[in-house]
Design a protein around this ligand. Structure first.
Ligand code: AP5
Ligand code: MG
Length: 192
């Protein structure tokens, strides 16, 4: 199995790069943001509860997203590998993921951390907000709140993987194709 985490602040290109990576490496894409938005669209109790946090730029509670990931791993027993996008987002989630993967006799192989300036991130998110319909993309205050939550709660996850020597920081401010090629190079170094 090959398991990859794509890590970075809101708007850094995690979803964009994931689409290309799952096609090339045949991985199962697990985006907690996408899975939560599907729950919201279906108006499930979980979705209704999660929407309150998302609209506010806050994280959904750890036990909720860990449960979603656990279910998704169970549903995809035949997968060659997983691409985790937007998860783990707290050190508690990272430790839970290590345990879930251990039960399946596998590990995270690589964590790609996309680095993009805040000015570029705001520009990308507001631009996407025009067409995405995402409630958390249209309000600059909510976007700033997402960055603050990222700094405080999510950035320590990088250190969790740095200690495991799995972290690969990468410039994410270049074109989509240039970033994709840089990620592929790092993956190929790990795959050999
Ligand atoms: P989530 O859906 O994960 O959103 P996010 O992390 O805030 O990140 P985005 O999806 O906004 O950005 P991205 O990095 O995927 O960038 P993208 O490729 O789209 O989470 C949303 C919310 O759900 C959270 O705030 C939280 O409430 C909740 N949640 C989710 N997971 C959770 C978890 N594990 N725990 C707790 N709560 C959780 O690109 C952005 C834009 O830029 C696009 O328009 C794209 O076309 C453009 N773009 C991409 N790359 C480039 C490039 N190189 N050059 C120019 N434009 C580019
Ligand atoms: Mg995304």
């Amino acid at each position: 199995m090959f398991n990859l985490v794509i890590f970075g602040p809101p708007g850094s290109g995690k979803g964009t790069q994931s689409e290309k990576l799952i096609e090339k490496y045949r991985l199962v894409h697990l985006s907690t943001g996408d899975l939560l938005r599907a729950e919201i669209a279906n108006k499930t109790p979980l979705g209704i509860e999660a929407k309150k946090f998302i609209d506010n730029g806050q994280l959904v509670p750890d036990e909720v997203v860990i449960g979603i990931i656990d279910n998704s791993l169970e549903k995809n027993k035949e997968a060659k590998g997983f691409l985790f996008d937007g998860f783990p987002r707290t050190v508690t989630q990272a430790k839970a993921l290590d345990k879930l993967l251990e039960l399946k006799h596998t590990v995270i192989n690589l964590v790609v951390s996309l680095q993009v300036s805040e000015a570029e991130l705001v520009k990308r998110l507001l631009n996407r907000g025009i067409t995405s319909g995402r409630s958390d993309d249209t309000n600059v205050e909510v976007i700033r709140k997402r960055f603050a939550v990222y700094e405080k709660e999510t950035s320590p996850v990088a250190e969790h993987y740095n200690k495991q020597e799995k972290l690969s920081p990468m410039q994410g401010g270049n074109t989509i194709d240039d970033t994709f090629h840089s990620i592929c190079k790092v993956i190929e170094n790990v795959l050999v």
